[in-house]
Every structure is written in C-alpha cells, then in structure tokens.
Design a protein around this ligand. Structure first.
Ligand SMILES: O=P(O)(O)O[C@H]1O[C@H](CO)[C@@H](O)[C@H]1O
Ligand SMILES: O=c1cc[nH]c(=O)[nH]1
Length: 250
C-alpha cells in the first residue's frame, strides 16, 4: 500500500492497530507513548507526531492532531486509511461551569459545533456525538482511577479567542456573533471549551468510526482566564484516563 499524504506511513507500519490515542500537543504524544510497551516513533511531520506501542500485547497508535478541526480531520482521515477505527482524544480545556475545578476531568458525550471542518463531513443539523461504548469505557476508566470527572456537553470552537468569547488584551474585541455566547452556553449546561471534539465526533460518526474525548481542566473561566495550575499534573491524570480507556476497549 502507498503511504498516506501527510503522515507518510503505510498500513504495515501500524502492525494492525485499530485504536489511536489522539492528543492535540505533539509533546504530549511522546509522553503518552512512554507509557506503552515497546514504544517506537513512526513519524514526525508538521504537527503530526506518531508513535506505535502496545497495551496488553495489543498495538496502539498515538498521534498528535495539532490544534483545531482542519489538522485533526487530516490525522483522522489518514489514520482511518491505515486501519484505525477508534479515536480517543485526550486534551486540555477551560471549564465554564462554577462547580468544575482545575484538575477535574471532563468526558464529552457531545459537542457544540463551533468549528468549520465538521461541516465538510455532515450538514450542521447533524449532531456531534461521541461513540456510546467508547465513552462508557472512558467513564469506567475515570471511575477506576478515582478521578473527579464530569460527563456532559463541550463547546468545540475553531478559535481560542473569539469563538470562546475571550476578550484579548490586544484588540479587546469579539465579533457580535460570539458576544454573549459564553453566558448562553453556560445557561445551556455546557461544561467547557476546547477545539477538536466537534470535528472528531462529527467526522467519526459520519464515516462509521468511533470517537471519545477526555480533557483535563486547566482553568475555570468563571474565576480566571489564566491557568494557575501545574499543566503536567493535569495532563498526567487525563493521560492515565485515556490509557485505561484504551485498555478497557482491548
Ligand atoms: O491540549 P490540546 O489537546 O491541544 O487541547 C486544547 O488546547 C489547545 C488550545 O490551547 C486546543 O487544541 C484545545 O482543544
Ligand atoms: O480555555 C481553554 C483552555 C484550553 N483549551 C481551550 O481550547 N480553551
């Protein structure tokens, strides 16, 4: 088989893996791979750092997606061509409900489609929903870890600033379409903002693939805009949860 366009890999190099762990951050991909048995770097191209390792003797891929829907969609399309059927995103996030604390885990069962890429896979009326069974395995993993977690809806935005109604200190401006959106999502019970799950959920369900998403809370925006917590500590809990999820699915 020919190599896929961006990842530059062929099917044989994935050793029959059907599960991929997909963080946004390439450096996180490397840290996740260190928890696998016999980890091996397969590719480092643009934002895509790809590793292969084993969990319970089963091959598992780790591939960073970069930030946002467009780059995520390329990673998912190409990994699917290489045989991956289940995508487990592990990210970081900003909470918007006062009852959620820094360091908590958020499992998204659905996402508000504030992205553009998902509309290239299904019209906007189509829901961005996670796979039920993969999400169940993720919830079980959080329980097994004894982690504090919340299950709910995530707002998934193409942009970190206007789409998440962040008034940056440079322009201080958020376009009218997003003014008041933070309050509205909060009133509608949305847990948090991140930037990939809407694309991931929509395209996976449209293409007959499975996806789930867990994120560690870096900041609660009802109290602060700037994280005041050890990022690595938050990441570690989320990574443990996604690794356990993969084990639960094997
Ligand atoms: O930590 P990752 O997985 O990159 O996730 C979150 O962090 C980035 C923004 O800082 C966005 O990608 C967002 O979804
Ligand atoms: O507020 C946040 C924090 C992390 N990632 C996001 O996309 N938003």
């Amino acid at each position: 088989m020919k190599k896929v366009f961006h990842l530059g890999l062929d099917r044989e190099q994935l050793s029959g893996a059907t599960i991929a762990i997909v963080p946004g951050d390439p450096a996180r991909a490397e840290r996740i791979a260190e928890f696998l048995e016999k980890p091996k770097a397969l590719a480092k191209t643009r934002e895509y750092h790809v590793y292969l390792g084993f969990l319970k003797n089963t091959p598992v891929v780790v591939c960073s997606t970069g930030i946002g829907g467009p780059s995520t969609s390329i990673a998912v399309e190409e990994l699917a061509q290489l045989g991956i059927q289940t995508f487990l995103r592990v990210g970081t996030t900003g909470a918007i409900q006062p009852g959620i604390n820094e360091g908590d885990l958020l499992v998204s069962h659905a996402s508000v489609r504030l992205d553009g890429a998902s509309q290239h896979f299904a019209p906007i009326q189509y829901p961005a929903v996670a796979d039920f069974f993969a999400t169940q395995a993720m919830v079980k993993a959080c329980d097994e870890l004894g982690a504090t977690y919340h299950l709910g809806i995530t707002a998934s935005s193409d942009t970190f600033y206007p789409g998440q109604e962040r008034y940056d200190t440079y322009s201080g401006y958020v376009t009218k379409a997003f003014q008041g959106s933070f309050d509205e999502w909060q009133k509608l019970g949305v847990m948090n903002y991140e930037m990939e799950s809407a694309t991931l959920f929509t395209m996976c369900s449209a293409l007959g693939l499975k996806a789930a998403c867990v994120a560690g809370v870096l900041v609660n925006r009802t109290r602060s805009e700037i994280p005041d917590i050890d990022h690595q500590k938050v990441e570690k809990i989320a990574v443990q949860a996604v690794l356990k999820t993969a084990e639960n699915l094997i």
